[in-house]
Design a protein around this ligand. Sequence first.
Ligand code: CA
Length: 441
Amino acid sequence: MTTLDFTHDPARRSWVDSANDPATDFPIQNLPYGRFRRAGSGEPWRIGVAIGDRVLDLAAARRAGGWDTEVDALLDPLAAGDLNRFMALGAPARRRLRAALSQALGESEGRREALAAALVAQTEVELTVPCTIGDYTDFYTGIHHATAVGKLFRPDNPLLPNYRWVPIGYHGRASSIVASGHPVRRPNGQTKAPDAETPSFGPSRRLDYELELGFLIGTGNGLGEPIPMARAEDHLFGVTLFNDWSARDIQPWEYQPLGPFLAKNFASTISPWVVTMEALAPFRAPFVRPEGDPEPLPYLDAPGNRAAGALDIQLEAWLQTAAMRAAGSPGVRLSAGNARDAAYWTAAQLVAHHASGGCNLQPGDLLGSGTLSGREPSQAGSLLELSDGGKRPIALPGGETRTFLADGDTLTLRAHCEREGARRIGFGSCAGTIVPAPLLP
Ligand code: CA
C-alpha cells in the first residue's frame, strides 16, 4: 500500500486559492486526472489535473518548462493526450509526477508565474471518459445489495452459496460507457410480466441506477500470467464513481442462463476525474470478514490486503426530477453510505481474481465494484432496494413519488473521503439525465 508523504500533509496549501477551500473536492492533496477540452471547441481531448475550481492543462504545463528530465518524460504521454500510456507506467511513475505537481502547485515553493497560464476554469471545459476503456467487467461486491436483491427473488435463500468464496462478476460493455453529464436514453427491450402469456417489446418501465465505484487498471499483465494477490494493488491506477444504469424489467426475462445483457449495456456513466491510489492512501481500512464467514482462499489473501485493502469512501446518490429542476431545487439525497461497509471484496481481490485464470488486464480496463449498498435501508445504492422492488413508492419533496426513474430525472452520484488528520478529498460528480426511449421501429 502507498505510504504517506509530504503530498498528503493536511496543512499543505496551493497558490490556486480555490484549492484551499475546505469544501473543494480537489485540494492539492487530491490531484485527479481527467480528459477535457474547452467547452464547445471540438478540439482534441487533453489531459488535465483538477485543482480547486481549475484544471491544470498538462500539455501547457509541460510547454511552460522547468521540469527535471525524468518528470518531463512522464509528462510526454500526458501532453500528447494519452492517459493510457501514462497509466501503463505504474505506481512509481505516478508517485514521481504527483510529487512534482504538488511542488509546482504548492503555496510556498510553487511555480505560479510559469503555470498560471496553464490553468483553465472548470466552468469553461467539457470532460469526457477519462481514458480509453478497452474492457469493462462488473462485479457484485456489495453483499447487502446482493442479499436485498436475492431476497426479492428467493426470500428463504437470498445469498447463493458461492458468494462468500468467489468474487461474482460478468463481462460488460465498454463502448456505451459515457462521462458524467451525457444524457442517458431509456432503453427499449423485451420484457415479460409474470402473468403475461408472451413477452412484449417497448420502453423499460423499471429503469434504475446502481451506485458503484470504478477501478481503473494501470499496468496490465500478460495473457496466461496471473497477478499474485500481494502485487495486485500495483496494477490499480485509481478510482472513479460509476453508475451502472439497469433496466430491472428487461433483466429478469433475459438473464438466465448466461447473465445480464441488454438490461445493462445501453449506458453506464463514469465520473470524469480519476482519483489515484496515492490520493486515497490516507483513507485505507482493514479488510475484515464477519464472524463465521470463510476466510478467502490463499490466492485472494495477502497481509497488505488484510491490513489496508478496503477503501473508506463516503457515497451519496441524489435525485433531481424535472419538476425540482424547474423549481430551482438541487434535488433530494436518496441515500448515503460508505464503501468500506458495503464491499465484501477489495479492489485488489478483484484484480487478482480476474487475472487468476490467465486473463490479461490492460491499461484503462475498468472493474465495477457492483452496487455498494450499506446494511441499513437508507444506505441502499439502487431504487430497486429503496422502493422494495417497486412495491413501496418513495415520497419526494413537492408531492412527487418514484419507484423507478422517470424521463427528465437527473441522478447524481457523489463521494468523498474524510478522516481525522487528513485533508478531505472528493470525486466530483457522476450525473446522468434520463431522456425518452427511441420510437419503436
Ligand atoms: Ca452493476
